[in-house]
Write a protein that binds this ligand. Structure first.
Ligand code: NAD
Ligand code: UFG
Length: 337
C-alpha cells in the first residue's frame, strides 16, 4: 500500500515507517518538524536502504496538505502528528486543541475528498482516565480525561467514530497505546525529548549518561507491590509492528475498531530502574519524592483484542526496552542532530 504517515519523523512514526518498509509498503511522510528532525530521514535510509518521500508540511495548512494528496494516490493514512506533553497541555490548552483537533479535521476532510478510506490513529490509554481498574478493556469506552492532551485524544476518537457512521466505505483502527519506550536496535532512531524529560525511561536515560544526577521516584506509597506506580511498557518496535498489522487489517474491513496496544504486563518504577541497571551495567541513583499530581497507581492493558483481531503479541520484554533505550542514548546523547 502507499501510505501517508503524518508525524512520520517523530518517535513512534519513524519506527513505524521502518516496519512498513520492511513489509513492502511505500511511505510518504508529512511532518512540520516541530518535535523532530529531518535527519531522521537519513537514519531511516541507513536502516532500510529506502529514501522516503518527505513533505515539511503542517497538517493544519489545508492548501499545502491538499497538494500532497493531489500528488500522491494514497491507499491509507497513519496519523501520528500531534502534540503530546500532558503537563504542557494543561498550561496551553488551546494550542493542544488547535493542533490536535483542527489539524486532524483538515486531514480527515482531505481523506474523504480524495477517497482515502483507511486510517490508523494514535490514541492513548489516557482516554480511560482514572475511571476504570486495570486490566483496561476497550469495551470500557472512554473515562473522564484528566488533561487537555487526553481530551484531544478522546475527541479524535469520537470524530473518527462519527466519520465511520457517515461513510459506509470508511475503515479505521484507533490504537490506544500504553507506555511506548525503547528504540530501534540499530541505535539510529529513538527518543530524546527536548529539555528535561517528563517520562520515566527518557529521564532514566539522561541520568545514566550523566546529564541528570538522579531520578525522582514519584511516590512509594501507592497500593502496588512495592508502592511505586505500575505501567504497561511496550517496546516501540513492537508498537510499530502493531501499526503494520492494523493498517493491513483496515484494508480488509470497513467500520471503526478500537484496540489497546500494550504488553498486558505492569512494571513498577523500581522494577524499571532494576532492569535499566542490568541493561546498562550502571547504578541509577534515585530519591523517593512526592507523588506527581494526576498519576494513578496502576495502568495496564487487556491485550486480547489485539491478539484476536490483529494477531498482535509483543515479542520484546523490559530488558530489550532498557537495552535499546540505553544503546540509543549512548549513541545520541543530544537526540538525532
Ligand atoms: P513525537 O512528538 O515524537 O511525534 C509527533 C510528530 O508529529 C513530531 O515529529 C512532530 O513534529 C509532528 N507534528 C506535530 N504537530 C504537527 C502538525 N500540526 N503538522 C505536522 N506535523 C506535526 O511523538 P510520538 O511519541 O512519536 O507520538 C506519536 C503520536 O502517538 C502522537 O499523536 C502522540 O500523542 C501519540 N501517543 C504517544 C505516546 C507516547 O508515550 N509517546 C503515548 C500515547 C499516544
Ligand atoms: N515516574 C517517576 N519519575 C519520573 C517520571 C515518571 O517516578 O521522573 C513514574 C510515574 O509516576 C509513573 C511511571 O513512572 O508511575 C510512568 O510515568 P511516565 O511519565 O513515563 O508515563 P505515564 O504513564 O504517566 O504517561 C504515559 C504517557 C502519556 C499518556 C499516559 C497514559 O506519557 O502521554 O502514559 O497512556 F497519556
Amino acid at each position: 500500500m502507499k501510505i501517508l504517515v503524518t508525524g512520520g519523523t517523530g518517535y513512534i512514526g519513524s519506527h513505524t515507517v521502518v516496519e512498513l518498509i520492511n513489509k513492502g509498503h511505500e511511505c510518504v511522510i508529512v511532518d512540520n518538524l516541530y518535535n523532530s528532525s529531518d535527519k531522521v530521514l537519513g537514519r531511516i535510509k541507513q536502516i532500510t536502504g529506502v529514501e522516503v518521500k518527505f513533505y515539511k508540511v503542517d497538517i493544519r495548512d489545508k492548501d499545502a496538505l491538499e497538494e500532497v494528496f493531489k500528488e500522491n494516490n494514497f491507499d491509507a493514512v497513519i496519523h501520528f502528528a500531534g502534540l503530546k506533553a500532558v503537563g504542557e497541555s494543561v498550561a496551553k490548552p488551546l494550542e493542544y486543541y488547535e493542533n490536535n483537533i483542527s489539524g486532524s479535521i483538515v486531514l480527515y476532510e482531505l481523506m474523504i475528498k480524495y477517497h482515502v478510506n483507511r486510517l490508523v490513529f494514535s490514541s492513548s490509554a489516557t482516554v480511560y482516565g482514572d475511571s476504570f481498574t486495570s486490566p483496561l478493556k476497550e469495551e470500557y469506552g472512554r473515562g473522564k480525561t484528566t488533561n487537555p492532551y487526553g481530551s484531544t485524544k478522546a475527541i479524535n476518537e469520537m470524530i473518527i467514530e462519527d466519520i465511520g457512521k457517515a461513510n459506509k466505505d470508511f475503515s479505521a483502527i484507533i490504537l490506544r497505546y500504553f507506555n511506548p519506550v525503547g528504540a530501534h536496535e540499530s541505535g539510529l532512531i529513538g527518543e530524546r525529548p527536548n529539555g528535561i524529560p517528563n517520562n520515566l525511561v527518557p529521564y532514566i536515560s539522561d541520568v545514566v549518561v550523566g546529564k541528570l544526577d538522579h531520578l525522582n521516584v514519584f511516590g512509594d506509597d501507592y497500593d502496588t507491590r512495592d508502592g511505586t506506580g505500575v505501567r504497561d511498557y511496550i517496546h516501540v518496535v513492537d508498537l510499530a509492528k502493531a501499526h503494520v498489522l492494523a493498517i493491513e487489517h483496515a484494508a480488509k474491513q470497513v467500520g471503526v475498531d478500537t484496540i489497546n496496544v500494550g504488553s498486558g504486563n505492569g512494571y513498577s518504577v523500581l522494577e524499571v530502574i532494576k532492569a535499566y541497571e542490568k541493561a546498562s551495567n550502571k547504578k541509577i541513583p534515585y530519591v523517593i519524592s512526592q507523588r506527581r499530581p494526576g498519576d494513578i497507581a496502576t495502568c495496564f492493558a487487556d491485550t486480547h483484542k489485539a491478539s484476536e483481531l490483529l494477531g498482535f503479541n509483543t515479542k520484546l520484554g523490559i530488558e530489550d526496552m532498557c537495552k535499546d533505550a540505553y544503546n540509543f542514548i549512548k549513541k545520541n546523547p543530544n537526540g538525532i542532530e
